[in-house]
Design a protein around this ligand. Sequence first.
Ligand code: 4FM
Length: 222
Amino acid sequence: MMKITILTLFPEMFTALQASILGRAQKEGKLQIEVVNIRDYTEDKHLKCDDYPFGGGAGMVMMAQPIGSAIEAADPEHKARRIYLSPKGEVFRQQKVYELLEYEHLMLLCGHYEGVDQRAIDLFIDEELSIGDYVLTGGELPAMVVADCVSRYVDGVLSPESLVQESFSENLLEYPQYTRPVEYRGLRVPDVLRSGNHAEIDKWRREQAIETTKKHRPDLLS
Ligand code: 4FM
């Protein structure tokens, strides 16, 4: 059983994640996704969780206290791998998915505003990850991306067949797929795919995968 705890100021954003394919895995007891509202842990009488940045500048900074208290309540013995999602992190790639699968408990901290007080990161976080070079309004979508990628490999979430031939498994992008009908708006399914010759089909797919990779991701070939 894999456990993923998500710490956020916007817990409503995770209702979609609880449904869908991951919802089924949770009902079957293979996966547990726990969403924690950081605001429940503030010691401020007005429930404030952010404040102005020392040194000035735009926006607000998430306070260390509510984050620290929420993390310690959810993982008192520091058994979880504690991850902060932000554009400053190491870029999240498929290899990292396999590394994270070694942990029984993952904790994902979603940042907002102009960032998180650095002391919360220094004291409570094991690693900082970014899902890519763009700036979002918060770490909630990145946390869903990480939770979804990792959950696919949790025993019984997906069929093993769906996991064998996928992008990145051989450092190539996927070949094109077709289903019925044989002709749609003048475009026909390549004859080789209907030939029944599996050696030829494998050869065609490999060639297509190499061509797509050359065109869109030449960095993956070198
Ligand atoms: C933006 C968090 C600014 C903190 C955000 C600051 C993001 C990403 C992201 C929102 N997280 N990969 N890209 N988070 O944009 O992980 Cl200071």
